[in-house]
Ligand binder design. Structure first.
Ligand SMILES: Nc1ncnc2c1ncn2[C@@H]1O[C@H](COP(=O)(O)OS(=O)(=O)O)[C@@H](OP(=O)(O)O)[C@H]1O
Length: 217
């Protein structure tokens, strides 16, 4: 980490911190006053997105439906599969709360980040104690991509959208498997809502209804 001078904020982003056992203790030892931002989305969609990313690098891996179960007939979910384990947010958060108070954490909804990027960014800026510089006028929705794009970043005159590896079309997953996964995650999600004091509304089915993303094909 570079030194942070007066009036500067240093930011660092690594997706695996949240789920890495030693990360909270080590980060606390390095900078106990750090502000932590965690972006979360429906764990079922997250698992499918994770699988889609792996599949793009290793097309020979078994199907999602095979990897998701220890025993599909008995309905035993394989919670040790990283694509699913990462989505047990309450479990990971519990580890972080042993080192940091919740007041140092801010949770961003991945779903709302798509439909209301300015709203989510307003909350992030408030949390960081910054003036609300990034607002609605900085975004436009790119229908083809299915994501908002930044209208004009400071260092460029052209809009900036998410890269090719984001917003990949997810494979079609057996709806029964999706239902079972929703059931599996529900108690952990409830625990997570309780711990964060935020209801991410993953039980409303909105995200599951978006699988597969045929609208983006
Ligand atoms: N700004 C924003 N808003 C909403 N969603 C976003 C955003 N940036 C990335 N994504 C989605 O997150 C999924 C993984 O991307 P990451 O950037 O986290 O991947 S990485 O592990 O850091 O490489 C990936 O999901 P899928 O599209 O489902 O594959 C990204 O599209």
């Amino acid at each position: 980490m570079p030194s942070t001078l007066e009036g500067q904020i240093t930011m660092e982003k690594t997706p695996s911190y949240f789920v890495t056992n030693h990360a909270p203790k080590r980060i606390h030892a390095m900078a106990r006053g750090v502000k932590l931002i965690i972006v979360v989305r429906n764990p079922v969609t997250r698992a499918i997105s994770d699988y889609t990313q792996t599949l793009s690098k290793k097309p020979e891996i078994p199907t999602f439906e095979v990897l998701a179960f220890r025993n599909r007939t008995l309905g035993l979910i394989d919670a040790s599969w990283s694509a699913l384990r990462i989505g047990i947010y309450a479990l990971h958060l519990e580890r972080w709360t042993q080192h940091f108070p919740l007041s140092q954490m801010h949770f961003v909804s991945g779903e709302r980040l798509i439909v209301d990027p300015a709203g989510e960014m307003a909350k992030v800026q408030d949390f960081l104690g910054l003036k609300r510089i990034v607002t609605d006028k900085h975004f436009y929705f790119n229908k083809t991509k299915g994501f908002p794009c930044l209208k004009k970043p400071e260092d460029s005159s052209t809009p900036r959208c998410l890269g090719k590896s984001k917003g990949r079309t997810h494979p079609r997953i057996d709806p029964d498997v999706i239902r079972r996964l929703h059931k599996f995650f529900k108690p952990f999600n409830m625990m997570f809502y309780q711990m964060t004091g935020q209801n991410f509304e993953w039980e409303l089915g909105g995200e599951a209804a978006r699988e597969p993303r045929s609208s983006r094909d």
